[in-house]
Design a protein around this ligand. Structure first.
Ligand SMILES: [Zn+2]
Length: 135
């Protein structure tokens, strides 16, 4: 059986691959260049260290994870710009509403303490986006 991490890796390959000039490509969330021969998984919105043991699988999901080159990860993983680029990457592929609903479910359904969680329902993708950019 695949571990959660391997399953997520497979899901990222399927869900985040896009067509670039007629070719299927999985792109790095930092530099936008193709990932060839493997990639790192970066937890973009909520880090593993912020989640209690036993609930970490809740953040190993598409809504929270972006693929990166090893070098981009090592050099820029802790940068605030990384978080911003990851949000752009994820919203382009999943939509802000889906990401915000995952985020809020951590608090509402799973009792995790997450900053700026809201039970508010926003009306448009733009409003979801503004909320996502605030977290
Ligand atoms: Zn890169």
């Amino acid at each position: 059986m695949m571990s959660g991490r391997d399953a997520l890796r497979a899901e990222i390959k399927v869900e985040f691959t896009t067509m670039v000039r007629g070719q299927p490509r999985l792109l790095c969330a930092w530099c936008s260049q193709p990932l060839i021969g493997g990639f790192d998984i970066h937890e973009a919105i909520i880090k593993r260290s912020k989640v209690v043991r036993g609930k970490q699988h809740l953040i190993f999901v598409l809504e929270n994870c972006v693929p990166l080159h090893r070098q981009c990860h090592d050099e820029h993983g802790q940068s605030p710009t990384m978080k911003l680029r990851a949000k752009h990457y994820l919203t382009a592929r999943l939509g802000a509403e889906r990401i915000c609903k995952w985020y809020t479910s951590l608090w509402q359904e799973h009792g995790l303490s997450v900053p700026q969680a809201t039970s508010r329902q926003y009306g448009s993708e733009q409003e979801w986006r503004e909320y996502l950019w605030s977290i």
